[in-house]
Structure formats: C-alpha cells, structure tokens
Design a binder for this molecule. Structure first.
Ligand code: SF4
Length: 331
C-alpha cells in the first residue's frame, strides 16, 4: 500500500429540461447554464425554492453569494496544502445539514458575508498573491450559478493554480457536468455506504446512490491522478471518509466500494478527526470521539483490501480548536 500519513485534515441545477438532471446548454462564460426561474433543483434535495427572489432552500441560502472565510489553510492532505497552503473559500449554507456537522456555523448559515461574483474573483487573486497553491471551494454546490462565472472570469484573467472542489458528496451528476473544464481536483466526502445511516445523520437515504453518481462524474472529468515533481496534486480525485464513532462496519463498506469500483483512479483519505460538538444532542454514538482502536480497525481493513493510494491521519487530530474561525476573514 502506498500510504501517506498526515497530521490533520479538516475537511445544479435550477430546473432544466432534460428530465431531472438536464441543464441548459452551457455558455462559454458559465452564466447561461442555470435556470433560476423555475425553482432550485441544483442538488438532490430538489426543494424548488425560489432562491432568485430571496427564498431560502434546505441549504439555508437564497441566491445571494455568502462566504464565511477566505484564507490560507494548512490542514488538508499534504498534496493539497504543502508549500504555500490551500486558498480556501468557505461558502455559507449546506445541502446536507448533517447532525454532527463539524462546520456548523456555516452549514446553518449563521455566519457569512454577502458578496458579488466580482468580489469572489478578487478573493481568488488575493489568495494566490498570499501564496496559495490552489483555490479550494468548500461547499460551493448551492452557489454554482454564481461561482462558475467567477471561475470563468478568473481563468480568463490568467489565474493558473488548480481549482479544488471540496464537497460533502451529495451532488447531482448533471450539476457537476456544468463544471467541465473548471475544476482540476475533486475533493468529495463519501460519508455513508448505508442509506439508513445517511437518513439518520444527514436526512438523505439516497446519499450512497447520489454520491456514487457524483463520484463517477468527477472521475470522468479529472481522469487519472496527476502530481508534480514535488508531490503536489495537479489533477485528480481524493475521496474523504470521516470515521464516525460506532460506525466501523459502515466505514469498511465504504472502503469496499471505493476499492472495488475505483481502484487507483482515486486517492482515499481516511479521517480520524471527528469532534463531538454540542449540537449532536443525545445520540448514543456521536457524543464521543472515535477511539484509536476503531480508527486502526478501519485503516487495517484498507491494508487488508490492498488499497494502494491512501492518506491516513496521526497525532492529536480530534480537537475543535482545529476548526477555523468563520469570522469573515479575507471576505
Ligand atoms: S441547492 Fe439548496 S435550494 Fe437548491 S435544491 Fe439543493 S437544498 Fe434546495
């Protein structure tokens, strides 16, 4: 196994016309791909919120671009953040709303500043000037009609560092198709193999099916992983799996799927950093951290399967202090 150890890692469609996933033909500047008139179906929730007129959807957001933090981040996998750090933009709101969310302030939409797409382009450049190795879009899926044009504009202006799409994995493949040519590195979570567990913790029993479809689209666009001579990833897919307390069996099922289906076409990152936060309530599992034994059992299983491209964590990872401040820095 080619196993890399790192100390800590964190972590559209408005309705179109081709059945549920269809989008309109994409314009070269990304502005025409999203029908904002007929209710939002960007993500699998398809809640049809009239976001263009201020209504908020399940993700908690209208179509006002809202960002909670834009700063260099050094706690991703080393191929993402080694050197100058990852230029990370945290978008407010989330389509998943997991009960154990580690970025609760932004997922719930209680933190963030409203900005224009033009300002987002400026932020990309400011991060590059600070030394960012890439632009890392964290949970941008519900804002893609505004983010995609910003990416087109930044690239037209000459922005030449990789674009990372960092997502909880609950995405529509048809939406992701609109990003063809804009994203270099896909960084999706794959949280659950069991739909019942997905329903219990993220209220979406179809998570595994949607995550599989989204991952297939990501691999199609990225192709095989590409690294430069210093080990920085230039192109590819890294699938993250956060081991949850009491859920080792599901973690093993996740690894079975990733190994059997994708082999060396992806890298897998097995995360130990689950942090119990006050909002998890009285769930019998979520009130504690993952034990060393649980995490080791999952890593050992990856070895048993013969997985060849895996990141694992070591050291004191499960600390809430590693969660960045969503205080509008850099926005
Ligand atoms: S992106 Fe938000 S508003 Fe749109 S379908 Fe998903 S949850 Fe609903």
């Amino acid at each position: 196994m080619q196993m890399k150890i790192f100390t800590y890692g964190h972590e559209s469609g408005f309705a179109g016309k081709e059945g549920k996933d269809r989008m309109e033909t994409k314009r070269k500047d990304g502005s025409g791909a999203w029908d904002v008139q007929s209710g939002c179906r960007l993500c699998p929730r398809e809640c049809m919120a009239d976001r263009a007129h201020g209504e908020t959807g399940y993700c908690g957001m209208s179509m006002e671009l809202t960002v909670a933090r834009a700063a260099l981040h050094f706690w991703e996998e080393p191929c993402i953040c080694a050197g100058g750090g990852s230029g990370t933009v945290f978008f407010s709101g989330c389509t998943l709303q997991c009960v154990f969310c580690q970025n609760y302030e932004i997922a719930a939409g209680t933190a963030g500043k409203r900005i224009s797409s033009k300002r987002l382009v400026e932020i990309f450049w400011e991060l590059k000037e600070q030394g960012a190795e890439n632009i890392n879009l964290v949970t941008a899926g519900h804002f893609l009609p505004l983010v995609a044009p910003a990416l087109y504009e930044a690239k037209a202006q000459g922005l030449d560092i990789p674009i990372v799409y960092n997502t909880g994995g609950y995405e529509k493949a048809g939406t992701l198709r609109q990003l063809e040519g804009l994203v270099d590195i896909w960084l999706p979570d794959y949280k659950y193999r069991d739909g019942a567990l997905a329903q219990r913790y993220s209220h979406c029993a179809d998570y595994p099916k949607r995550a599989h479809e989204a991952l297939a689209e990501m691999v199609r666009q990225a192709g095989a992983p590409v690294f430069d001579g210093t080990g920085r990833m230039k192109k590819g897919v890294i699938v993250r799996h956060l081991v949850l307390p009491g859920c080792v069996a599901d973690s093993k099922d996740v690894l079975d799927y990733l190994h059997d289906t994708w082999g060396v076409r992806i890298w897998t990152s097995i995360l130990s950093q689950y942090t119990p936060l006050p909002h998890v309530g009285t769930d019998p599992n979520l009130g504690r951290r993952v034990t060393d034994e649980e995490y080791e059992e999952v890593v050992d299983y990856a070895c048993f399967l013969g997985m060849k491209q895996v990141y694992i964590q070591e050291g004191v990872c499960a600390e809430a202090c590693f969660i960045p401040a969503f205080d509008g820095t850099g926005v």
